[in-house]
Design a binder for this molecule. Structure first.
Ligand code: IVH
Length: 319
């Protein structure tokens, strides 16, 4: 095998292990063996610098610090969500949707956990991670590409088990698992560094670093949950979109369900409230979305939030 082929094979292997770990939650090799693959690749690239490409896993770290954040105008604003504070308000939401769309349609909802992290947008051009930004004020965010590239659950190149869009904007939430957070804080305490108050604050601070080597040292992850502009493929529903994401190597929460009745919606709400303490990460509610993009369009938006979705809030966590 020539050097180019060996490099390509190693790159694919490493990215596949990232997917096994972060997307499928099913690691196939030890951290040590993973690091060995990365070291082998680094060595080959060091001896053949002309063969280094921007999508190489070695390029996640080592970018020089930036001076200041650039602004990025979102092609589609990142809206927020109206809140339902209890079951009655979820029932009202469903009634309103049925009233607008009529009772003679097949209404489906996608129910997702509302991850308590930091909203970001990733932009893939022809399958390559091109840039990414914070939500900012919803219209304009900050360019945090250098920091997002350090997050191993964000693929630098989409894997092509499925047709790759020419343009894919995908929104998601960057967060930290409880266990990773506790381990990190322990280490910081041992080193005499200040500990972080909670995973969300740490994730937010980590994404706002000018020096991406700091971000690289933080155990950030992502779950993706919404499309922005998508070109080159047609998406008809949230279900279809969510099914595509893991095929491209993008992580999605495993506790998403499709519901067709208000009873099912309410039982998802109760179930998540119940299971909340067993989850590996913080959530602050559920998000209910009308599944069909055609119906979403029909329902439209208010100035700050869509009419086709709602956040079902959970009581703030005790202790
Ligand atoms: S959908 C128009 N889905 O909640 C729909 N948002 O107030 C916009 N969030 O800042 C968002 N988990 O960061 C959506 N499964 C999920 C989410 C989610 C967390 C956050 C998001 C946004 C806020 C909306």
């Amino acid at each position: 095998m020539n050097i180019q082929d060996r490099i390509n094979k190693l790159k694919n292997e490493i990215e596949q292990h990232n997917v096994n770990y972060y997307v499928n939650d099913n690691p196939q090799i030890s951290d040590f063996d993973y690091d060995c693959l990365l070291t082998k690749l680094e060595q080959l690239e060091k001896n053949n610098p002309d063969l280094v490409t921007s999508d190489s896993p070695t390029q996640r770290v080592g970018a020089p610090p930036i001076d200041k954040f650039k602004s990025i105008t979102h092609r589609i604003p990142l809206l927020s969500l109206a809140n339902a504070m209890n079951e009655d308000e979820l029932i009202q939401f469903n009634n309103q949707i049925c009233k607008t769309l009529g009772n003679d349609i097949n209404l489906e909802y996608i129910c997702e956990p509302k991850i308590d992290g930091v909203a970001v947008e990733l932009v893939y051009e022809n399958g390559y991670f091109s840039y990414g930004s914070t939500r900012g004020n919803g219209l304009v965010g900050e360019d945090i590409t250098h920091n997002l590239k350090t997050i191993k659950s964000i693929p630098l190149k989409l894997i092509s088990n499925y047709k790759i869009p020419t343009l894919l904007e995908v929104r998601g939430e960057v967060f930290i698992n409880h266990k990773d957070f506790i381990d990190m804080n322990k280490l910081r305490e041992q080193n005499g560094e200040q500990v972080f108050a909670n995973p969300r604050n740490c994730a937010a601070g980590s994404l706002r670093q000018l020096d991406s080597s700091i971000t690289y040292s933080r155990p950030l992850r992502i779950f993706c949950y919404a499309p922005g502009v998508v070109e080159g493929i047609t998406l008809k529903s949230q279900e279809q979109f969510l099914n595509c994401l893991p095929k491209w190597g993008l992580p999605v929460s495993p506790i998403i369900e499709k519901c067709t009745t208000i009873e099912q919606l309410l039982s998802y709400y109760k179930k998540i409230e119940h299971e909340r303490n067993n989850l590996k990460y913080d959530i602050d509610g559920i998000v209910i979305k009308v599944n069909s993009y055609q119906y979403q369009e029909k329902l439209g938006e208010r100035s700050k939030s869509p009419r086709w979705a709602i956040a079902g809030k959970l009581k703030p966590k005790q202790g």
